[in-house]
Design a protein around this ligand. Structure first.
Ligand code: ADP
Ligand code: MG
Length: 452
């Protein structure tokens, strides 16, 4: 008889090496081996997952990894069956206890971080990875492991709150962890500008140059800030050249790619484009769940998976998820109540989401506007046809109801022919994604909004 607990521990240990700690604690620590039977020459392993969401994610994304680990450990072919079942041996509070996200930082290391102005608490370990940020994450890790040699400069761009600053700080943190005497500096575009302006005003540009040009790593957050400022761009150009010529690494973040930053000097633009440019797209549902879990854990609260999903389904930005959790915790404290579905629901309706409403229209007006824009009857629009010319307008309708009117997913689903919230979520993700690459979709959205 094989001891299932020990076997599973062994499997998880081997998986821990292959995935990031965030992925491990979000998904794998939520599993256990519920049963193992022998059928002929094969084993059948029943993998217990703490929620349907954990089950679909592991089944869909990590099946191969898990399967390989099982076969290797058992040295026998093995089939995997996934079931949703709580681990009877584990109280929920222990579910996460296995992998501390943060190593104990010594005081000394905090000094190192402070000197480099690298904010603590933002590392690769607590950065969750999904398709929207995978490229940027991989590039950042490569740079952290080989500063000055991998991609230079590394230019990371994307919308508000997608994790650009977090990722850049992770690089700084990682470089300093590997070599605490490495000269790294993290500054915002604004601080950098102030430094230059001050240098020019007080005739201390030499001090400025000494400070910046000797760096092994210069991390500038929101570089778009220097655009349109001639003296600053001039100085930065020389700083950039001197620093990179001496083998130093430059990393920048921006809200736009270099080609779209207006009033950016041509010679800087071409320098920025000479390295690697990667973007981070808005997080999809799965990533928002992972982020919500990481943030909840960091704040010391135990958030059950159904609440994680409820929050992530209703809040689109990583930054607002964190804000929401803070509000949730303080409300729970104030009301001396548990963090419950009721409390989450009551706060969702009142969040920034609803204040962010851009359209002052009723749901029915939106339905009519979409129907008119695409010359589709309401019945067809809200009906069951999956044909693209009908399904796409329907997705656009769901997108507008959700994002422009701020309606809850379930309500959108109800309005659009009684669909389920996951269908709505999928539609919103799809259109969000398409809107970034397809001008036709952008024009449709704009046209409909204008007609309202
Ligand atoms: P940006 O600089 O792109 O505006 P930030 O890096 O400041 O965004 O991220 C906003 C918040 O969201 C931060 O608290 C950050 O830790 C969190 N966040 C964003 N993306 C992730 C991620 N992939 N994993 C964990 N936290 C994330
Ligand atoms: Mg930022």
């Amino acid at each position: 008889m094989i001891e299932t607990k020990n076997l599973w521990r062994e499997i998880l240990e081997s998986i821990k090496i292959s995935v990031s700690p965030a992925i491990f604690s979000t998904w794998f620590s939520q599993t256990y081996l519920a049963g193992l039977e022998k059928s002929g020459k094969r084993f059948i392993a029943h993998v217990g997952c703490s929620s349907p969401f954990v089950k679909t994610t592991i089944e869909g994304r990590y099946f191969g990894l898990l399967h390989d680990a099982m076969v290797k450990s058992l040295e026998t072919p093995c089939d995997l069956v996934f079931i949703v079942k709580q681990n009877p041996d584990k109280r929920p509070s222990e579910a996460f206890a296995e992998t501390p996200l943060f190593e104990n930082k010594t005081n000394e290391f905090s000094q190192v971080l402070m000197r480099s102005r690298v904010r603590p608490g933002y590392t690769f370990d607590n950065f969750a990875v999904s398709s929207s940020n995978q490229m940027a994450h991989a590039a950042a890790e490569a740079v952290a492991d080989n500063p000055g040699n991998a991609y230079n400069p590394l230019f990371i761009w994307g919308g508000v709150g997608v994790g650009k600053t977090h990722l850049m700080l992770s690089v700084g943190h990682s470089i300093l962890t590997q070599n605490s005497s490495c000269k790294v500096l993290f500054v915002s575009g604004e601080e950098f500008t102030n430094d230059i302006v001050e240098g020019i005003r007080n005739k201390t540009t030499t001090a400025f140059r000494d400070k910046y040009r000797r760096l092994k790593g210069l991390l500038i957050d929101d570089i778009q800030f220097i655009a349109g400022k001639d003296a600053v761009q001039e100085e930065f150009f020389h700083t950039f050249n001197a620093l990179t010529a001496a083998g130093g690494q430059v990393i920048m973040t921006s809200d736009k790619p270099p080609s779209e930053i207006s009033k950016l000097e041509e010679r800087l633009r071409s320098r920025f484009e000479a390295g690697l440019i990667v973007d981070i797209a808005p997080p999809d549902f799965e990533l928002r769940c992972a982020i919500a879990q990481i943030k909840a854990k960091e704040k010391g609260i135990e958030l059950p998976m159904d609440l994680v999903q409820l929050i992530s389904a209703n809040i689109d930005s990583a930054r607002r998820i964190e804000g929401f959790l803070i509000k949730l915790i303080s409300q729970a404290r104030l009301k001396k109540s548990e963090i419950s579905e009721e409390l989450v629901n009551s706060l969702i309706g009142k969040g920034e989401d609803s204040q962010n409403q851009k359209l002052k229209a009723r749901p029915n007006d939106v339905i009519l506007a979409v129907s008119k824009h695409f010359s589709l009857g309401k019945k067809l629009l809200l009906g069951d046809s999956r044909a693209r010319p009908i399904a796409r307008p329907r997705q656009i309708l769901m997108y507008l109801l959700r994002l422009e009117l701020g309606l809850p997913l379930t309500e959108v689903g109800r309005l659009v022919g009684g669909r389920d919230h996951t269908t709505v979520m999928h539609a919103v993700d799809k259109i969000t994604h398409l809107a970034t690459e397809d001008v036709d979709i952008r024009e449709d959205l704009l046209g409909i909004k204008n007609s309202l």
